[in-house]
Design a protein around this ligand. Structure first.
Ligand SMILES: [Zn+2]
Length: 152
């Protein structure tokens, strides 16, 4: 399980623009690239507001970040969490797992207010009323969130 071919890394491919991201990047700088979970042909439509915050460098986890990169990741996570709350999210779950792709990517998952109390945090994107949308809804959400983060 030593490194993988970076040309095949999904996160690197998303950063290089090889995956269609409706509305484009939310953040794209030397340390951080952030974007909405994109619609993928053949997969379920995305949960609206489901964001990824990724390290620019292909490193497996927070442990390999330089201090400046770690600060930038934290700042991005805070700004995007605040933007989701401004859009009406009650909570924003922040998760880093990394079993599938060894390139640091943090999941930001909003809990929208219509979510029944009995739906656990793990299923907030997977109950029958979960907000989902295709490319046009993802684009609208991306543009709204980008406006929120640039306003601060
Ligand atoms: Zn990568």
């Amino acid at each position: 399980m030593a490194g993988i071919d970076i040309s095949k890394c999904l996160v690197c491919r998303e950063q290089r623009g090889e995956v269609v991201l409706p509305g484009g990047f939310l953040i794209n700088d030397d340390s951080v690239v952030a974007f909405h979970c994109p619609p993928v042909p053949g997969a379920e439509t995305p949960y609206l507001g489901y964001l990824f915050v990724t390290s620019r460098r292909h490193v497996p986890s927070f442990a390999e970040l330089q201090p400046g990169e770690a600060a930038a990741m934290g700042t991005a996570i805070a700004a995007l969490s605040a933007a989701l709350k401004t859009e009406g999210a009650e909570r924003v779950y922040v998760i880093s797992v990394g079993h599938t792709w060894p390139h640091l990517h943090v999941h930001l998952i909003p809990r929208w207010p219509e979510t029944p109390a009995e739906v656990s945090w793990m299923n907030v994107d997977d109950w029958e009323g979960a907000r989902r949308g295709g490319a046009s809804e993802v684009e609208v959400m991306t543009l709204q969130l980008r406006t929120r983060i640039t306003a601060n």
